[in-house]
Write a protein that binds this ligand. Structure first.
Ligand code: ADP
Ligand code: MG
Length: 369
């Protein structure tokens, strides 16, 4: 029998844990996922980032097999699983609400997936204890989920997913229910876990900072499509559309007319608030563009204390609004306040950069790099 021997071309697919080929999912008139083609590499930490309703969960559910694509194919490790049942796919999902069994203790919750797979009792408890040690919960095996904190429940859910040693772990906003401190701690742990296990993580979040700090690559979603795909720094430093520039961090956007007025260029330009410096006006700084440095005069309309610094809102002389993030100058240092005249200054490179990568608005949001 030679029918199971894969053709030679299949070896190319080895590096893709997941491939989506023109996948569409419609619910009646609603197109949740729109003709999506995407490759997720073996062993990478891949994030799907987008606002609520942009189709992230639906993509995850099609990868897991809980939803069937209306059109297109889903491949896992090069194998077409479009019509394969969830339990026949080598993936596991950590759900947003954790979905723990309330009547089972921690150990039995974690061992459950092994019981279903007919692993012997001794073995499944051994492996469940190992998985719990990985998430540092080995001391709470006898507790019920209701006796755990949110962070602990989150760890049980993680242990339950990794105990079956899936090739792919799907995580749907797993940290969404945790408070900020715990979320930051779990982010570090998730990253370490993924590195230690070496398995592919597909992580869904609407939190841009989370996506940027954790991921090898990020796919930014809008209305069922991926509008940009790249490394965190590519997404942040080279947003390809105003949508991405605004959604991933905050940006000042200058339309063509404003760009023309401020730095004699056409096309939409994005400028990150932390790239701008402010100086008090009227102490000798030139106000025209000088070499690579752009300077513009303005008035502060608002200055908001952030602890780590100030977010300063400026109205430039030409009427353009500008948001600037200033690092704290230390206790007692003088800060500009509302009504002050200032000179805003930034490197031409910071905006010229985006001139190349910003597309005409008619194409915005329709292409994947
Ligand atoms: P996200 O996870 O990015 O918030 P979803 O994938 O949950 O987005 O939803 C994408 C779109 O599909 C939304 O408009 C949502 O209302 C719709 N949708 C999701 N699931 C269903 C369903 N079972 N029936 C009808 N519409 C759905
Ligand atoms: Mg969702």
């Amino acid at each position: 029998m030679f029918t199971d021997v894969p053709p030679i071309t299949d070896t190319k697919r080895e590096s893709n844990a997941i491939s989506l080929r023109s996948v569409t999912k419609s619910y009646g008139p609603v197109t949740a996922v729109d003709d999506l083609t995407l490759d997720i590499r073996d062993g990478e930490f891949f994030s799907m980032l987008g606002p609520s309703g942009s189709g992230k969960t639906t993509v995850l559910r099609m990868i897991a097999g809980f939803e069937r694509a209306t059109a297109g194919q889903v491949l896992l490790d090069g194998r077409d699983v479009t019509d394969t049942a969830p339990f026949d796919r080598d993936v596991n999902t950590v759900f947003q609400d954790y979905a723990l069994f309330p009547h089972l203790n921690v150990l039995d919750n974690v061992a459950y997936g092994l019981r279903v797979r007919k692993v012997s009792k001794r073995q499944r408890y051994e492996r469940a204890r190992e998985a719990l040690a990985t998430v540092r919960l080995e001391h709470l095996t006898a507790r019920k989920p209701s006796q755990l904190s949110g962070g602990q429940r989150q760890r049980v859910a993680l242990a339950r997913s990794i105990v079956v040693q899936p090739k792919v772990l799907l995580l749907d906003e797993p940290l969404g229910a945790l408070d900020l401190k715990l979320r930051e701690q779990m982010q570090v742990e998730l990253k370490q876990l993924q590195r230690d296990l070496g398995i592919t993580f597909v992580f869904v979040t609407h939190d841009q900072e989370e996506a940027l700090t954790l991921s090898d690559r990020v796919a930014v979603f809008n209305e069922g499509r991926v509008v940009q795909l790249g490394t965190p720094s590519e997404i942040y430093e080279q947003p390809r559309s105003p949508y991405v520039a605004q959604f991933v961090g905050t940006s000042n956007l200058f339309d063509s007319a404003a760009s023309q007025r401020l730095f004699a260029r056409t096309g939409t330009h994005a400028l990150r608030p932390e790239k701008v410096s402010l100086y008090p006006a009227g102490n000798g700084h030139p106000t025209d563009s000088d070499g690579h440095v752009i300077r513009a005069v303005g008035t502060i309309t608002e200055s908001i204390y952030l602890g780590t610094g100030h977010r300063v809102h400026v109205r430039l002389e030409d009427g353009s609004p500008l948001v600037v993030l200033e690092q704290s100058k230390g206790a007692g240092a003088e800060h500009e306040t509302r009504g002050d005249s200032v000179i805003a200054s930034w490197s031409q490179l910071e905006t010229a950069h985006r001139a190349r990568s910003t597309r005409p608005s008619s194409q915005t949001g329709s292409s994947v790099s």
